[in-house]
Design a protein around this ligand. Structure first.
Ligand code: GLN
Length: 487
């Protein structure tokens, strides 16, 4: 009941759990009930882990009774289905891994379990995280709770819907080119892509290793800080994780924006952007200006238009290498009726991968092949350096850059699926951030005809505190993040 239209945040639920006004079992049952009620409409979850959840909730109640004060103890979440969960199927929404049950937990899952969390389900996604609408899932399509005929964004569409539709209190997603922020924007939740290296990717099914990052999808900035506290930090099992100290991210949450410098890069207000999106984001930035921030409305990041091309060379190249492991021999789907080893491998990949995954493997293999490597991959890496330097320079002047998260509100299911280029364009505002490896957060900043609009706040490496502070300040002054879809 409590969850239907008046959904609890992590910090609200924690208060009730701590004061024993609510038990984790009650909260978990309410989420499971809500899941069974809305799942036939939204289809956000690949696996519902009822039994595991109730077991974890009972354990959490014991921990709470024993005086446990961890803010995540006993609070239900969903996890994107590309993060390994020991004993629980981890499909990556692919036929290739449809029956894969990992023998170990991903580092983030391990950390969350250490906090006494409750996992209510594994969330649907675009196959191998390749896509912007969750329509590339090989299992089923996820629907946007704000309008069921529209996409929830992707690839972490199931995670964003899980939070927006009240199936869980928060979610974990992954972001290679926008997959946390874009669905957060499309579903009106708060989604953070941390700095590259901030969160361990051990146990995350790899897509593009120089871009992938794990992060939270929550109902507000406070919750986002609480989840980041739990999952951030160095891990010897991920050689790209950074041995930087992890602050307490809740300490920075205040509304004082005096002396704060915001830049608005004009290249992000791209041609073809929906008017309502531009108007809403500019209004939101003006609001921050009124709250004390100094805004430079005419910043230029001239290499921005190349980010899309760079991404679609680097990401498929890395994907083609990462996905070579799915050969039908080691683990995952294996074609059984072949006459030769080569045929078995070929048919395994033919039937195991969907169309978009095959497209990426072909693009990547081409870009890395002898004779083309210098012209494509190496060139893309050089432009990547220029894009990164441009961000470095901007952050000498500004504390944060602000842009729309996406050029449009959520589009119709089926609208872009036959036109990969149109689909790729929906990530123009988010891709450059992964290319530069910097952190960015998407927060609710308005609606157009009842459809959500997301605002993206970008910061320098390891400035998650700054992003959370701006998000928090904005959310103290506005109510967008409190609106819930009516389903
Ligand atoms: N939409 C982008 C892609 O298709 C980004 C996906 C992601 O961040 N995982 O590659």
């Amino acid at each position: 009941m409590i969850l239907s239209n008046n959904q609890l945040t992590i910090h609200e639920a924690h208060r009730l759990l701590k004061s024993r006004q609510l038990s984790s079992v009650e909260l978990t049952k309410a989420c499971l009930e809500r899941i069974h009620q809305v799942e036939p409409k939204v289809h956000a979850l690949v696996t519902i882990t009822d039994e595991l959840a109730l077991r974890q909730a009972q354990k959490a109640d014991e921990l709470l009774a024993g005086g446990d004060t961890n803010p995540l103890t006993g609070i239900p979440l969903v996890i994107k289905d590309n993060m390994c969960t020991k004993g629980v199927r981890t499909t990556c929404s692919s036929r290739m891994l449809e029956n894969f049950v990992p023998p170990y937990d991903a580092a983030v899952v391990e950390k969350l379990n250490g906090c006494g969390v409750v996992v209510v389900g594994k969330a649907n996604m675009d196959e191998f995280a390749m896509g912007s609408s969750t329509e590339n899932s090989a299992l089923f399509i996820t629907h946007n709770p704000w309008d069921l005929s529209r996409v929830p964004g992707g690839s972490s569409g199931g995670s964003a819907v899980g939070v927006a539709a009240g199936e869980a209190i928060y979610a974990i997603g992954s972001d290679t080119g926008g997959s946390i922020r874009q669905p957060a924007g499309f579903c009106s939740v708060t989604g953070l892509k941390p700095t590259y290296g901030r969160v361990s990717r051990y146990g995350l099914v790899a897509f593009a290793s120089s871009l992938d990052q794990i992060g939270p999808l929550t109902q507000d900035a406070t919750d986002c800080a609480l989840v980041l506290n739990a999952i951030a930090g160095y891990d010897t099992r991920d050689s790209t994780s950074v041995p930087e100290p992890t602050p307490d991210y809740t300490q920075c949450l205040n509304t004082d924006l005096n002396g704060f410098h915001i830049g608005v890069p004009k290249e992000y207000f791209v041609k073809g952007m929906q008017d309502e999106v531009e108007i809403a984001i500019k209004a939101a930035i003006s609001q921050l200006e009124e709250m004390g921030a100094t805004v430079d409305w005419e910043v230029s990041l001239p290499h921005t238009p190349y980010a899309l091309a760079v991404y679609y060379i680097i990401a498929p190249s890395e994907a083609s290498a990462n996905l070579a492991r799915y050969d039908g021999v080691k683990y995952g789907f294996s074609y059984q009726d072949a006459d030769s080893m080569w045929e078995a491998m070929e048919k395994t990949r033919q039937y195991g991968f969907g169309a978009e995954v095959k497209r990426r493997i072909m693009l990547g293999t081409y870009a890395l092949s002898a004779g083309y490597y210098d012209a494509w991959y190496l060139k893309a890496q050089k432009v990547r350096t220029l894009i990164r330097q441009e961000f470095d320079q901007a952050f000498e002047k500004f504390d944060a850059l602000i842009t729309p998260t996406s050029p449009t509100v959520p589009f119709k299911i089926g609208e872009k699926i036959d036109d990969p280029l149109q689909m790729y364009l929906s990530d123009v505002c988010t891709l450059p951030i992964n290319i530069a490896g910097v952190p960015a957060i998407s927060i609710p900043a308005g609606f157009a005809d009842g459809l959500p609009i997301g605002m993206q706040i970008i910061g320098k490496p390891f400035s998650e505190e700054t992003l959370l502070k701006v998000a928090y300040a904005y959310q103290q002054a506005t109510e967008w993040h409190k609106r819930k879809p009516n389903i």
